[in-house]
Design a protein around this ligand. Structure first.
Ligand SMILES: NC(=O)c1ccc[n+]([C@@H]2O[C@H](COP(=O)([O-])OP(=O)(O)OC[C@H]3O[C@@H](n4cnc5c(N)ncnc54)[C@H](O)[C@@H]3O)[C@@H](O)[C@H]2O)c1
Length: 241
């Protein structure tokens, strides 16, 4: 039988960077990798113990944060882009500033962070990039034109990246969660949440620990080896592609 495990298969500790890893989905993913014995570096705008501070929307900030991460752990094997923000406005009333902030953080931030790791991953001929999109990037959301556009952009960019780098065994994929109980959704009205729960086939939101295993799967070797440019949807049934 052909061996399928790679150099970073089960039992080999890997180095992982998680942006937005100080909270919510990113924090659960960081914990999941740590529990497997991987070395995790958290990059976030929010300060915290062990966190390297970054604003993913700013090129200079991203450059220096990744330099600090490499100083700490050497080559980065796995990148998870979970940093993101969510604001709400109908397109009719949306200011350009609101649009631009969301595109800068939720889309440009993912591009800037991917660009930091792709070259070294290609040179070591192993890498995994996992971008956290949203099911709203597939179906759209009222009052969320900017967010829906950014998250659809993440899916498109990830497919292009996957085409460019897969031959060097660098695999890029997305996770598009449905509504997950995190600080990101705390500000949304209770009326919206009640209506949203009622329309979900599962009738409930997820929690971050129910998303993290999808990231661990995509990063696993051999379990994740055949996922290329895909979008996996732990979403309570909100979208069925
Ligand atoms: N919670 C949901 O329902 C849901 C659903 C689908 C997708 N998502 C996506 O999941 C990802 C994580 O969201 P979450 O729900 O865990 O939210 P969260 O608010 O708990 O975590 C987001 C993290 O990103 C950080 N962050 C925000 N802007 C940043 C910036 N400019 N630079 C660096 N860090 C920044 C925040 O400090 C925070 O720690 C986001 O990309 C979000 O769009 C969330």
């Amino acid at each position: 039988m052909t061996a399928v495990g790679g150099p970073r298969g089960a039992g080999s500790p890997r180095t992982v960077v998680v942006t937005g890893g100080a909270s919510g989905i990113g924090a659960a993913i960081a914990e999941g990798f740590k529990a497997q014995g991987d070395t995790v570096v958290v990059l976030d705008r929010a300060p915290g113990p062990g966190v390297i501070e970054v604003d993913v929307a700013r090129e200079d900030s991203v450059r220096s944060a990744f330099a600090s991460a490499r100083d700490r752990v050497g080559t980065i094997d796995i990148l998870v882009n979970s940093a993101g923000l969510l604001t709400e406005s109908p397109i009719e009333d949306m200011t350009l500033a609101m649009w631009s902030e969301t595109i800068s953080v939720d889309l440009t931030g993912v591009f800037l962070c991917c660009r930091e790791v792709v070259g070294p991953m290609r040179r070591q001929r192993w890498g995994r990039i996992i971008n956290i999109s949203s099911q709203l990037g597939i179906k759209g959301g009222t009052g969320l034109g900017h967010y829906s556009a950014a998250k659809a952009g993440v899916i498109g960019m990830t497919k292009a990246l996957a085409l460019e780098v897969s031959a060097d065994n660098v695999l890029a994929n997305c996770i598009a969660p449905g509504p997950i109980e995190t600080p990101l959704v705390d500000g949304i009205s209770e009326d919206w949440k009640v209506a949203k729960r009622a329309e979900l086939p599962l009738r409930r939101f997820g929690v971050p620990a129910e998303v993290a295993p999808t990231a661990l799967l995509l990063a696993s070797d051999p379990g994740g080896n055949l996922f290329v440019g895909q979008t996996l949807g732990p979403n309570s049934g909100d979208v069925m592609p």
